[in-house]
Write a protein that binds this ligand. Structure first.
Ligand code: NAD
Length: 464
């Protein structure tokens, strides 16, 4: 697999200041497939300087010209989709079919939406006697996780570029190769030197240096709530903008009258996708007590189809596998009943766990409160609608969710009572223009579509 033993700064691949490296491991066979530089604070400083130097010209580039370059970037991503899919499969472990449709396909769509938005967004508005200019915030520090490695990059870099910002990207340690491929696409698209810079490296070193750098105007972070808290405090102390996309423990609420078979099937597929490593996954299924046993049986049958190594890939790392196994053990210890799967891991190689469905889960159990980030579904019983609302809202998170009912109006009425950033109504489809982001401890800020673009703009009012 092609990779660079260098950082991408000011339009060039450059060696890192120090000699530290990060090994990239294929989670399916546990073999080292590449090494990339572990950038230091000095490398981050060089990248931020390049981004600052490129800012005035890029910010002054007409939105239509930025739109053309974003369209060229989308075309580069489309031309190299197969290579992107294979790279994500190699470093993340996702089955190739899923990598093709989601890991490679979704970023093409999202990049396309920002080419369009750059062209059509009103960067000026009139309010009474004022003209309000929507101007780029400046240099963006983008820190991304490994679970949807290219999507998370594009969901930050594309709106930043559409807004006229320049970027320093620090991708996750486990998945730096697709980030390298991405900046190759940026260069091939003709986006000027310094507008997008890449520093691979470790979170507490390169990530921290980027979040703390005085030359960064906005930190956009996706990852764990623990790290998000640190970054939020750093940014707050320096009075710089910060957007945090953090964890979730989303509820899939099945109301009486819903199509139970479909709601359970879609719910199980949602949790198993990407081996459960999805921040917005509906990891808690809430079912009325009269339908509970039937739902558990349906879920177990659906989950049985996810054979490790075939329809479902490994977890990203040994560390992630161990964390998930820890939660599976905790679930059993606290009295939940695994109807399929459980803590015993499949024979190696690969960081696999058995897809697991827990029945008899109660709201206070650890597995009903904390983000597991593995293929684990907890099924909870509710008595009536008020009880379902209480349980659904009864975690620190509020990222996504689903409601199924006999009709959309009933589902919408219930969705209005949920403290969460997105709700899919009766199996509603993913919309790349809909704002994505959290209530409560799931974060601050929104990504995707026009709301995602607004995060990278600040207003200047001219009074006449
Ligand atoms: P993580 O928080 O450990 O790492 C995320 C990124 O932050 C990585 O690039 C990492 O190198 C960097 N980082 C780590 N420590 C840092 C520090 N001290 N300073 C600066 N940067 C630092 O998370 P992870 O394990 O990579 O990802 C899994 C988590 O991300 C889950 O909790 C998941 O829910 C969350 N997530 C949220 C969303 C969302 O949009 N809300 C999307 C994907 C993942």
């Amino acid at each position: 697999m092609k990779h660079h033993e260098a950082l991408f700064i000011d339009g060039d691949w450059r060696p890192a200041a120090g000699g530290e490296t990060i090994e990239v491991v294929n989670p399916a066979d546990e073999r080292v497939i590449a090494t990339v530089p572990a950038g230091s604070a000095a490398d981050v400083d060089a990248a931020v300087r390049a981004a600052r130097a490129a800012l005035p010209t890029w910010a002054a580039t007409p939105p239509a010209a930025r739109a053309d370059l974003l369209a060229a970037l989308r075309d580069q991503l489309a031309d190299r989709a197969e290579e992107i899919a294979r790279t994500v499969t190699a470093e993340l472990g996702a089955p190739l079919a899923f990598s093709r449709t989601v890991h490679a396909g979704l970023p093409i769509t999202v990049c396309g939406t920002y080419a369009e938005l750059a062209r059509t967004h009103a960067f000026e508005e009139t309010l009474g006697t004022s003209t309000v200019l929507h101007e780029p915030i400046g240099v963006v520090g983008a820190i991304t996780p490994w679970n949807y490695p290219l999507h998370q990059i594009v969901a930050k870099v594309a709106p930043a570029l559409a807004a006229g910002c320049t970027v320093v990207l620090k991708p996750a340690e486990d998945t730096p190769l697709v980030a390298q491929l991405f900046v190759e696409c940026v260069a091939a698209a003709g986006i000027p030197a310094g507008v997008v810079n890449l520093v691979t490296g470790r979170g507490p070193v390169a990530g921290h240096a980027l979040a703390a750098h005085d030359g960064v105007d906005l930190v956009s972070f996706t990852g764990s709530t623990a790290v998000g808290r640190t970054i939020g405090a750093l940014a707050g102390g320096a009075v710089k903008r910060v957007a945090l996309e953090l964890g979730g423990k989303s509820a899939n609420v099945i109301l009486p009258g819903a199509d139970l078979g479909r709601a359970v099937a879609v719910g199980v597929a949602n949790v198993m996708a990407n081996s459960g490593q999805t921040c917005s996954a509906w990891t808690r299924m809430l079912v009325h007590r009269d339908q509970y046993d039937e739902a558990v049986e349906l879920a177990a049958t659906a989950a049985a189809k996810y054979v490790p190594g075939e329809r479902i890939g490994p977890l990203v790392s040994a560390r992630q596998r161990d964390q998930v196994v820890g939660y599976l053990e905790r679930g059993v210890a606290e009295g939940a009943r695994p109807v399929i799967g459980g803590p015993r891991t499949p024979e190696g190689p690969g960081f696999h766990v058995h897809p697991t469905v827990f029945a008899d889960v109660t709201p206070e159990m650890t597995i009903a409160q904390e983000e597991i980030f593995g293929p684990v579904l907890s099924i909870l019983r509710y008595e009536d609608e008020d009880d379902a609302v209480r349980i659904a809202n009864g975690t620190v998170y509020g990222l996504a969710g689903a409601v199924w009912a006999a009709d959309d109006a009933t589902a919408v009425a219930f969705a209005r009572r949920l403290d969460t950033g997105q709700v899919d109504i009766n199996g509603g489809r993913f919309n790349p223009l809909a704002p994505f982001g959290g209530y409560k401890k799931s974060g601050t800020g929104r990504e995707l579509g026009p709301h995602g673009l607004a995060e990278y703009l600040q207003t200047k009012s001219l009074q006449f």
